[in-house]
Design a protein around this ligand. Structure first.
Ligand code: TMP
Length: 202
């Protein structure tokens, strides 16, 4: 039984999702909710160790997918499921949709294998709301290049991100009830207004 709600933030690297996470947490707290903010890969001590490997070590694409889901299994057991059972609201910077987008779309891992892992690791749970921050590739690249040293995923080429974005949009169409696609090319204040409207409707 889950009492709280589960909100996930998604988008290709450079889409600008991370700037809005603290804003949503504050909005919910103002409305009296108890909020847990977390991220994937990561969210637990073991998950953060796996994150280091995933973001910096070269590995077979199936190893990468399995480690993403191993970190997720731990994250669900240690953080997400207990929080939802307590009635907290969980905000996660990425979840399983990222595996479909990056490992499925970007790396071209068979979607059937990802679906099998999804069924294994969280057969019943899905986010109540997924905010997909969508931008064209050139905008995302420009935002990334302006920041810091790039990790393994961020160093991928344009066709990888085109396939990743496409897989995200297909997933959003498939699960249109829980997804909201946000045009993240708008000025930050305008994106914020859209996000506020969506979250206040929950
Ligand atoms: P972040 O930069 O948004 O923290 O995400 C870390 C990277 O991990 C990002 O490039 C996307 C990637 N990733 C996957 O490839 N598969 C997944 O399942 C998750 C959660 C993240």
């Amino acid at each position: 039984m889950t009492l709280g709600k589960f909100i996930t933030f998604e988008g290709i690297d450079g889409a600008g999702k991370s700037t809005h996470i603290a804003f949503v947490a504050d909005l919910l707290k103002e409305r009296g909710k108890s909020v847990v903010m977390t991220r994937e890969p990561g969210g637990t001590p073991l998950g953060e160790k796996l994150r280091e490997l995933l973001l910096h070590e070269k590995m077979h694409l199936e190893t990468e997918a399995l480690l993403m889901f191993a970190a997720r299994r731990e994250h669900l057991a240690q953080v997400i499921e207990p929080a939802l059972a307590r009635g907290d609201w969980v905000i996660s910077d990425r979840f399983t949709d990222a595996s479909f987008a990056y490992q499925g779309g970007g790396r071209k891992l068979d979607f059937d294998k990802l679906e099998a892992l999804e069924k294994w690791v969280h057969p019943k749970l899905q986010p109540d709301l997924t905010l997909l921050f969508d931008v064209p590739l050139d905008v995302a690249r420009a935002r990334l290049d302006a920041t810091r040293a790039l990790d393994k995923f961020e160093q991928e080429k344009a066709d990888f991100f085109a396939a990743t974005r496409d897989a995200y949009l297909r997933r959003a169409a498939q699960y249109s009830q829980r997804f909201r696609v946000i045009d993240s090319t708008m000025p930050m204040e305008a994106v914020r207004d859209v996000v506020r409207g969506i979250v206040c409707d929950l």
